[in-house]
Design a binder for this molecule. Structure first.
Ligand SMILES: C[S@@+](CC[C@H](N)C(=O)[O-])C[C@H]1O[C@@H](n2cnc3c(N)ncnc32)[C@H](O)[C@@H]1O
Length: 416
């Protein structure tokens, strides 16, 4: 071999080892509107070259980075491990792309399996059929290797394969998370319309809240915003109480995982004597439930809970961040109640919360206007498919311009 080809071979090997040993590619989906915040968070967790796209962030790193992101990310919904991306035209191509993957490298035949598929502008007529073809390809590949085929379990599979079809490309991922990451393991049952946990953490990030500043959620429901804030203040990794799909994959490295978990446990701080996170609700049962959830994830001591009508609230500190997700209309009869509540909210903020920064998260474009205060910020966000806004109001004593509330003529009710 000539000197030149030796050098070329060396560099090919270097590049291959870089790509195959160290540089895996991942995609972390998140609630739409949180992509930039997630990219920043992933960078802090050690992700290489995080790059946003609609509904998530692509990034690179070693496999152990996926462990860390699953354990510590407050904003990601999942961590998907990129396996392949290929052009396709029909279901047969999809089958071949999935069959060509050596699945036995990733998991054993004893693992149960689920396939999920999403598509935008795909020319295929039946996505269900395409999903079945991927399932067949994975099972056929196991049989071709002389092994049993894995069983399908749609409820609680060990391994989830995700396929994403664009107009002409199929991307196949292995899900390293399992249950979505917003399922932190502290929700005991659902109170009225709880926020997803990663969305609540995202609202705190967008509101610019930091643990040295008092926080108040006067309509806390199941307590999601306050509990997420307490987890941040306590430096408690949100995934400490749950397990993940990567633990079922062949390449799972137990000692590395135990090291990461121990480091996360060591980082946890104890609560101060006077907590600065305040939360409450008019419903006693909602507050009881929120306290139970907070206790379940060991942050009850970080939150000062109380039962009260928001209209009678006074500020618990001279300044801070008020962040809340008020009720919104699902039935027509809700309209009158809400049309009365929102102006009263504005009055309470104006009378008792001068010096505070108030943030209201709502899917209703009319109701925030009823509050009678001019929002300084309107941040678009999605709660699932629901188009929402995070409205920011700076409460300055005496200088807030009061907007005359529009007549309470409300549109068709929104979804919870
Ligand atoms: C959309 S839910 C909040 C959900 C909460 N963010 C969560 O993640 O669980 C609205 C909450 O406002 C509360 N609420 C309604 N009217 C209220 C009032 N006048 N004062 C205080 N809380 C009120 C309801 O009891 C309900 O729990």
């Amino acid at each position: 071999m000539g000197e030149l080809s030796k050098t070329a071979a060396y560099w090919v090997l270097r590049v291959l080892s870089f790509f195959f040993c160290m540089n895996e590619t991942f995609f972390a989906p998140c609630p739409r509107g949180l992509e930039n915040a997630l990219a920043t968070e992933l960078g802090l967790l050690g992700a290489v070259a995080p790059k946003t796209s609609s509904g998530g962030v692509h990034f690179h790193g070693e496999l152990s980075l996926a462990y860390r992101v699953n354990l510590e990310s407050r904003l990601a919904s999942r961590v998907l491990w990129h396996i392949t991306r290929q052009p396709y035209r029909n279901e047969h191509d999809i089958y071949t792309i999935a069959y060509d993957i050596d699945w036995t490298r990733y998991f054993t035949a004893e693992r149960t399996l689920r396939i999920d598929l999403a598509a935008t502008h795909s020319p295929l007529t039946s996505l269900t059929y395409a999903t079945l073809r991927i399932k067949d390809a994975v099972c056929d590949r196991f049989r071709a290797e002389g092994l049993e085929r894995p069983f399908i379990d749609k409820q609680s599979p060990d391994v989830r394969v995700y396929a994403y079809l664009s107009e002409d490309e199929a991307t196949i991922y292995l899900d390293t998370s399992g249950e979505a990451l917003f399922k932190r393991g502290y929700r005991l049952h659902n109170e009225e319309a709880p926020l997803r946990e990663n969305l609540a953490a995202g609202l705190l990030t967008l509101a610019g809240w930091t643990p040295d500043v008092p926080l108040f959620d006067p309509m806390c429901g199941g307590g999601t915003i306050a509990i997420e804030a307490a987890l941040i203040a306590a430096r408690q990794a949100p995934g400490l109480k749950r397990s993940f799909s990567f633990q079922k994959l062949n390449w799972f490295d137990g000692p590395t995982w135990q090291r990461l978990k121990q480091r996360a446990r060591d980082a946890v701080r104890t609560a101060p004597e006077s907590p600065m996170i305040f939360a409450g609700d008019i419903s006693e049962s909602a507050v009881e439930h929120a306290i139970a959830c907070a206790a379940h994830i060991n942050v009850a001591d970080w939150i000062n809970f109380s039962v009260a009508d928001v209209r009678h609230r006074e500020a618990p500190a001279p300044a801070g961040v008020w962040l809340t997700n008020p009720p919104y209309g699902v039935r027509l009869e809700d309209s009158d109640i809400l049309a009365a509540l929102y102006p009263a909210l504005g009055t309470t903020l104006k009378k008792h919360f001068a010096g505070w920064h108030a943030w209201i998260f709502s899917s209703d474009s009319l109701l925030p206007k009823l509050i009678g205060l001019k929002p300084e910020r309107r941040i678009p966000l999605f709660n699932g498919a629901l188009d929402c806004r995070l409205y920011g109001f700076k409460m300055v004593k005496g200088s807030m311009r009061r907007i005359k509330p529009p007549r309470p003529k409300l549109p068709a009710p929104a979804l919870p």
